[in-house]
Design a protein around this ligand. Sequence first.
Ligand SMILES: [Zn+2]
Length: 455
Amino acid sequence: MSHRDHVEIGKATNLHYGKRRHGSGGAVAPTYRTQSTYPAIKETRRPTSRPSSSRPPRRGGSAAIAVVALFVVVLFGAGIGGWYFFLRDIKLTVNGQDMTARINTPLANLLADNEYFGVQPGRLLSITGNVIDEQGGVLCTVTYNGENVAEQDFAGTLLKDGDEVAVGNGTDVEEPSHEEKAPLAPGVQKERGGAVQFVSQWGKAGKKTVRRGERSGETVDVEVVEPATDMIVSSINLEPAGGPYIALTFDDGPSKYTPEILRILKEKNAVATFFNLGSQASGNQDGCRAIVDAGCELASHTNAHQNLPTLDRDALRQEITSAADALEQASGVRPQMIRAPYGAFTEVEWARAGDIISTNVLWNIDTLDWERPGAAAITSAVLNGARNGSIVLMHDGGGNREQDIEALPGIIDGLRERGYTLVTVSELMRLDGRVPEEVIEGTVSLPEGTVIPEV
Ligand SMILES: [Zn+2]
């Protein structure tokens, strides 16, 4: 019995000192703590170090009862205090409704246990506003006794008696993002109103700052750091020096009419430019070769006379390269000069295929020969419309071209009477002086660092 007392009292005392010492400062040196602890143990041991038989049993028993009673009272008090501080229920209101909860319940637990009171969570949005996660935003908005509480503070907010909590729908959150540098692609600009179109400036990339979403990878432009250099397509009407000069052109061949047109040109010692279709050249290689042999200029009208702006990038390039292949195979000449069917070649086509052509050649005089208006009407359209540098549109294929053949001798004679010299389109360009030689020669290559516009 006395041994038990000794142990319990000694233990309790020792614990008391240990706690106090610990609580009074962790910085105290271990040697000092040891010195102050030992006397306490010695003091409590001293009375019980005597033989137990030398002490009156009744005195020792009543002291023990008193200590135990005190101990029970302390424990009971601690229990009541513990209940009051840690376990009792409190009353609070949530969205105006009375509720009870255990005191010091974290706000986060109250929300989770009540399924956020049925409110709608916010969404996680990408940097461009696309929904990444329907429930990835702020779970809910909470005011606690009139103050807004941020989501990260839900766990640390402990409920007390009389609290007023309001829970509302969550709010959308944008994904995390950061700024970074990115190349700025050039654009494409095309002048209008000219019959001869060519690239006068190739595009170069600039630099920009973008903001990139870390979940989606999407970017939004922030600012231009260094402007890009746009691709520029010039569009000019030729004004050859020392004229007047003029160029006759024939489209949609070669056909059965081509040899007769070539014969007239040879007879008149004149030249013209022929924009052949690749599909026609494949089936009439002799006609295609005869154009070159006659000293005339062979150019491309693309392969199958499609409206090029309706094609995607690959089909557009295929339409141009397959025609060049066919013309080269038939004649040995691989032209970079094209005339787009219907003249249709926009900024988009230039961006997509400007690197595989040198020039797109339109016309200044449309004879409307395909309407078969009669040889006289075709002739007067040319003679009345002729200016120095004019390019004349006629056809040697695509239909009945007897009126063109009938009109051609008079057109040549009439132009010469007015002082014109008939030349090819390339010669007309060279005489103008503004068209780069590589465009005329059909040897265009991209300067280093060129960036093709994205269209
Ligand atoms: Zn055509």
